[in-house]
Design a binder for this molecule. Structure first.
Ligand code: HEM
Length: 464
């Protein structure tokens, strides 16, 4: 049986390491271009088998029994916890995921959109003509504020400054380039020490909140369920609906939602802004669509369905810049793939990014073309779930997908309607590991907003 291709000589190992050091997409592209659709790279516990393309995605994502999260996301254990969705499998994983559902569906998704849009409005309301803003950073902060409320409730969200400082210390390590990161989580270092101290500070506050609510017999933390809104994530996890959850399980769910939540949404929105501003005519067309969209009483989800073009923009941006670039798994049993034997216990990874940029699937894959999502155009073919998978697939599909599918077009439409931005970062470099981000920021100069649409409402009151 032929050996699995991959970098072996010192020169090859150096080139591959350097590519991953630059960014995760660059590392993955290097392996694909140099070694093809199956390769192996890394030493000891970091040795990973990379399988690229829809067929590999289907094999790995449809066989959850054999391709497991536990053992693949172990480096996140000290942060996410032993009962988190990303560190568990099988029935315990499914039970906890089911329990959290109300936070992410219908009423939960509606409330998320309302809070996130309010937070974005506040942010863009502070922008002034002529000011240079890092759009990605500003939007990420706005989303983070809203998510603290959504997941932890008002009392903890009031400690935002403290929590954000601690969460940033955790992210510092999570955003190390992959080669260093895999080592940094295992060996003592100053950054690891800071991250571990930060997570104990955050979890102490979360535990206090859970215990306070239990003692008071008040799962909602003072807030009654209303208008079909299920309350924050802590209250959903404390509720009597479904199986009871331990304090540990609730802590792990809340921490996971925080660390897995605001970064990908910030990334998705940041890249959508970049792609729209960088492609002539897109911002203007979204603005016109936003002005024509009915306001009315309908739900955010219903309103967003009317934003046909903006939805294409979001779908296309999640294709060219998927926030989650790669999905690792640990295989329980050995398996054969493309004539190669991959042994039991191996670390395996598939890649959303490589799939979304594959010329075998997409014409001109590197071009940003929102119209390719127009189902009425000649020759349109819907991608299969393994050709386009920004939110993953099956039992491990993203819990936040429903929220993101509404929030991203709603927020992008709001930005196009109320702001004029002149892109200054023309060629952003990739950074980030848990989510793909513009490494050195995404700068734009704020222009004069269309008169009647300024978020702070000042001009809206003037006669036209
Ligand atoms: C644009 C936004 C988002 C994108 C593109 C995204 C992408 C993904 C992807 C691709 C996966 C599957 C990973 C794999 O199979 O290895 C995933 C899982 C997950 N996501 Fe998201 N995500 C987004 C937003 C969110 C939000 C808002 C939350 C907040 C709760 C969240 C929490 C999670 C969690 C906890 C998992 C693990 C699910 C499981 O193990 O069953 N994500 N996400």
């Amino acid at each position: 049986m032929p050996a699995i291709p991959g970098p072996r000589t010192p020169a090859q190992l150096f080139r591959a390491g350097r590519a991953f050091q630059h960014s995760l997409p660059e590392g993955l592209e290097h392996l694909r271009d140099s070694y093809g659709p199956v390769s192996v790279f890394g030493v000891g516990p970091t040795r990973t088998h990379f399988l690229f393309g829809p067929q590999a995605n289907s094999l790995v994502m449809r066989n959850e029994d054999n391709f497991r999260f536990s053992g693949a996301y172990d480096m996140l254990r000290p942060i996410a916890g032993d009962t988190a969705l990303v560190t568990t499998d099988g029935e315990p994983h499914a039970r906890r995921k089911r329990k959290s559902r109300p936070s992410f569906h219908r009423g939960g998704a509606e409330e998320s959109t309302r809070l996130i849009l309010a937070s974005i409005d506040e942010t863009i309301g502070r922008w002034r003509p002529g000011q240079q803003v890092d759009v990605h950073r500003a939007l990420r902060s706005a989303i983070r504020s809203a998510m603290l409320r959504l997941f932890c409730g008002e009392r903890l969200a009031a400690q935002e400054r403290f929590l954000v400082a601690e969460l940033d210390r955790i992210h510092e390590l999570m955003d190390y380039p992959l080669p260093q990161q895999l080592i940094a989580w295992k060996l003592p270092s100053a950054a690891r020490g800071r991250a571990l101290k930060a997570i104990s500070a955050v979890e102490r506050r979360i535990y206090e909140e859970i215990r306070r609510r239990r003692r008071a017999g008040d799962p909602g933390g003072g807030r009654p369920r209303s208008d079909g809104h299920p309350g924050d994530l802590i209250s959903v996890m404390l509720s009597d609906d479904g199986p009871a959850m331990s304090d540990r399980e609730i802590r792990d769910m809340v921490v996971s939602a925080l660390i897995a939540g605001y970064d990908p949404v910030g990334s998705g929105l940041g890249w959508a802004v970049y792609n729209s501003l960088n492609t002539p005519g897109v911002w203007q067309r979204m603005r016109e669509e936003a002005r024509q969209a009915p306001e009315g009483e309908a739900t955010a989800a219903a309103r967003v369905r009317e934003l046909r073009y903006t939805n294409w923009v979001v779908q296309e941006s999640l294709r060219t810049h998927p926030p989650v670039v790669m999905s690792p798994r640990r295989c329980v049993r050995g398996f054969r793939y493309e004539g190669h034997l991959i042994r039991a216990g191996s670390l395996v990874a598939v890649s959303e990014y490589i799939t979304h940029r594959s010329p075998d699937v997409w014409s001109e894959p590197d071009r940003f073309v929102p119209e390719r999502w127009d189902t009425s155009r000649d020759g349109y073919r819907a991608p299969t779930p393994f050709e386009y998978l920004p939110y993953g697939y099956g039992g491990r599909r993203c819990i936040g997908a429903n929220i993101a599918a509404v929030v991203l077009p709603a927020a992008l439409s709001r930005l196009a309607r109320r702001t004029t931005l002149d892109l200054r970062t023309r060629q952003p470099q990739y950074g980030g590991i848990p989510a793909l981000i513009p490494r050195d920021g995404l700068f734009a100069e704020v222009g004069v907003a269309p008169q009647e649409e300024r978020a702070d409402g000042v001009l809206a009151k003037e006669p036209r």
